[in-house]
Design a protein around this ligand. Sequence first.
Ligand code: CUA
Length: 190
Amino acid sequence: MAKEKQKSQEIPKKGRRSYAGGALLIVITAFIVIIFTGGIGYGVQSVMGAGEAKIDEGVMVDGVREFRILTPQWNFDPVILKVNPGDIVRFIVTSPDIMHGFAINELGVNLALKANEAMTTEIVIPKDIPEGTYTSYCSIFCGIGHPYMKGSIIVGERGFEIGGIIPYVTTGIMLGMFATSIIVIGRRRT
Ligand code: CUA
């Protein structure tokens, strides 16, 4: 009788201890998930180059939206431009080093740049252009970084961009894995 009593006291104690173990496992898993998610999110953003770049809306000069853009090897500065449908836009583009191009297919822009010589073009953004993000790119071969010499021009609203959603997708996957591990641990305890 005395032995049995002792045994029944032991069981809930043991159960409590393994519950604490499960909680610790969840905390460790959460910690790992946060580190991984942060790391992947940061990595993707720095690869895509969209993390820190700010959106440049140009300067209004006599009703013209004016952008002054530098094209050093191998990027555009500023790299993300924003205009509105119907805007008159002026691009003043200068290469500080070698020959580059500045092209936006959808807007009919293609400047051939010589070193230290400002090139200017003026366009009207069509009122009926589909809003979204268009790509600007270097159209003259300029070395190993040429294929990556790209920028964006947002017309109206930003629209869908794959680079912007990747960090959220990875976070979602991580949270899914986290939730699954909690369910598995929870099931094992009951
Ligand atoms: Cu710059 Cu190609």
